[in-house]
Design a protein around this ligand. Structure first.
Ligand code: UD1
Length: 375
C-alpha cells in the first residue's frame, strides 16, 4: 500500500508514521512551517527514515504529481491550528487551510489512478458551541453574546436567562463554527465531501478534540494549553486561566489519535463517514492545571482572570459511540497517564520562553480579541 501524509512531519504525523504498516510505502509532504517547527530546516531523521519526504506547501502540491501517483490512501493533516490566531490572521488561515485542501483535490483529479480513500483531519471546532438542552428540547446556540461575556455570564443560557445543559458532541449535531479556524475546517470538510462523493472516493472525516502528548511543538505559542500550562508551571511562572477557569475540553492523547487514524486507513470496507475522536471526558481548565502541577510536584500558580478570547467555546466533549459502532472498542488512556508520558518527554526539551507566550497574548489584546469582563 502507498500512503500520502500531508503535514506528516508534524505532531500527529510523527506518531502516525510509527503506526503505519512497516511494509507500506509512505510519502510525506510538509512545509516545515517555522511557527510549528522551530529552527528546523530539514526533516527529522525519524521522518526521513520512514518516508519519502517532500518539503513543500500543500498549495504547491501539483508540482509533485509523479511522486504521489499510485497512492492508495491520502491522510490530510496539513493545517494551521491556532483558534485565537485565526481570528486576526484571517487570510492566512483561509489560504493555507482552504486553498491548500482545494489544491490537494485538484491534484487528485489529475492523478492517473485515484486513491481509494482520503482521511481528513478535521476538528470539533466545526461544532462551534455545540448542542445544549433544557431537559426537553435541543438548542444550538450561535456563539455566546459579547455583552454576556463582558458581564461575566460564561455559561450558555436560553432566552429567559436559564442556564442550559451541554450535550456531548455527536456527528449529527449542527455545525456552526465560532472561529475562523473552525470555519476553515468546515470548508475543508465540505470541499472534500463534494469532491469525493462525485469520484466515489471513500472519505473519512475525523473531528479531533484537543490533542496533546509528547512531540507537540513547544516553540509554538499557539499550540494548545497543555503545552502552555506545562511551560508556565515548570518555569515557576503564574499562568492565566480565562473566564472563570471552568471552561471544559476533551483532551485526547496523540497515540490514541494516531491509532484511530490507522484503524480508518486500514479498514477493509468503505467507511464514508464523519467520526469524532476524543477521550470522551470533559475536564475543566482548573483540573488540567492541578493535574500537571501535581505530576511536576510544583505549586499550581494561576489567576482566574475573567478575560476571555473572542470566538472561544465554553464546553467540548466527544460522544464516541459512532466511532465504536464503526471501528470497535475505544479505550483511550487516562489524562493522568497521558500527562505523565507528556511530562517525561517535556522535561528533556528546551522550554518555550515565557516572553514568547506573553507576546502572543499581547498580539491578541492589540487585535481586540482578548477582552476583559467589565467591573
Ligand atoms: C484546540 C486546538 C485546535 C483544535 C481544537 C479541537 C490549539 C491552539 N487549538 O482549540 O487546533 O482543532 O482544540 O481539537 O491547539 N486558555 C486559557 N489560558 C491560556 C490559553 C488558553 O485559559 O493561556 C483557554 C482558552 O481560552 C480556551 C482553552 O484554554 O478556552 C483551550 O484553548 P486552546 O488550547 O487554545 O485550544 P482550543 O481553542 O480548545
Amino acid at each position: 500500500m502507498k500512503f500520502l501524509v500531508t503535514g506528516g512531519a508534524g505532531f500527529i504525523g510523527k506518531w502516525l508514521l510509527e503506526k503505519l504498516p512497516t511494509n507500506a510505502e509512505v510519502v510525506v509532504l510538509d512545509s516545515l512551517d517555522q511557527q510549528v517547527h522551530r529552527k528546523l530546516h530539514d526533516f527529522s531523521p525519524e521522518v526521513k527514515e520512514r518516508a519519502t519526504c517532500i518539503q513543500a506547501d500543500v498549495q504547491n502540491i501539483e508540482d509533485y504529481q509523479s511522486e504521489i501517483e499510485g497512492t492508495d490512501v491520502i491522510i490530510h493533516l496539513a493545517s494551521q491550528t491556532g483558534t485565537g490566531q485565526s481570528m486576526y490572521e484571517i487570510s492566512r488561515y483561509v489560504q493555507e487551510n482552504v486553498n491548500g485542501t482545494a489544491k490537494l483535490l485538484e491534484l487528485v483529479s489529475k492523478l492517473n489512478s485515484k486513491p481509494r480513500r482520503i482521511i481528513l483531519s478535521s476538528s470539533r471546532a466545526v461544532y462551534g458551541d455545540g448542542a445544549y438542552t433544557d431537559g426537553k428540547e435541543i438548542y444550538y446556540p450561535k456563539g455566546r453574546r459579547l455583552e454576556d461575556l463582558q458581564q461575566g455570564i460564561w455559561e450558555v443560557h436560553n432566552d429567559r436567562g436559564r442556564p442550559l445543559t451541554f450535550l456531548p458532541m455527536q456527528e449529527s449535531h449542527l455545525t456552526q463554527p465560532t472561529s475562523v479556524y473552525g470555519l476553515t475546517k468546515l470548508w475543508q470538510e465540505q470541499l472534500m465531501q463534494n469532491y469525493c462523493e462525485s469520484q466515489g472516493i471513500d472519505l473519512v472525516t475525523l473531528r479531533f478534540q484537543n490533542v496533546y502528548g509528547p512531540k507537540q511543538e513547544l516553540g509554538n505559542p499557539y499550540t494548545g494549553i497543555i503545552g502552555i500550562f506545562t511551560n508556565a508551571i515548570a518555569q515557576g511562572k503564574r499562568l492565566e486561566l480565562f473566564e472563570d477557569g471552568q471552561v471544559t475540553r476533551d483532551f485526547v492523547f496523540v497515540g490514541d489519535v494516531a491509532e484511530a487514524v490507522v484503524r480508518c486507513a486500514l479498514h477493509p470496507a468503505s467507511l464514508s463517514s464523519i467520526i469524532n475522536v476524543g477521550m470522551g471526558q470533559a475536564v475543566t481548565l482548573i483540573d488540567v492545571v492541578e493535574a500537571i502541577a501535581a505530576l511536576l510536584h510544583k505549586p499550581a500558580d494561576y489567576t482566574v482572570s475573567g478575560r476571555f478570547r473572542v470566538g472561544d467555546i465554553r464546553h467540548a466533549v466527544a460522544d464516541m459511540s459512532h466511532y465504536e459502532t464503526l471501528l470497535g472498542s475505544w479505550f483511550p488512556i487516562s489524562l493522568k497517564a497521558g500527562l505523565s508520558q507528556y511530562l517525561e518527554w517535556y522535561l528533556e526539551q528546551e522550554p518555550l520562553s515565557h516572553a514568547v507566550l506573553q507576546a502572543s497574548l499581547r498580539e491578541m489584546e492589540r487585535s481586540g480579541l482578548l477582552l476583559s469582563k467589565h467591573g
